[in-house]
Write a protein that binds this ligand. Structure first.
Ligand SMILES: [Zn+2]
Length: 70
């Protein structure tokens, strides 16, 4: 079983540097410069989008309880 991290060169959208990106999965890369996780998008050309550590949908509505009738 071969374990090898794929390293590609690309423009990091987070730090805006032409840098090395290490493949974590088939479509997830990490910028060697700033450490941001990037998702590879291929639509005509390869581009990288920052993977924001968004809270899950469940946690996005902390105030939902306050909106009730009455
Ligand atoms: Zn970066």
């Amino acid at each position: 079983m071969k374990v090898s991290a794929e390293v590609v060169k690309g423009i990091c959208p987070t730090c805006d540097e032409d840098t090395m990106l290490v493949g974590l999965t088939n479509e997830l890369y990490r910028c060697m410069n700033c450490g941001a996780d990037l998702q590879q998008h291929v639509n005509g050309k390869i581009s990288y989008l920052p993977v924001i550590a968004t809270p899950s949908d469940k946690n996005i509505q902390p105030f939902e309880k306050e909106w009730k009738d009455g």
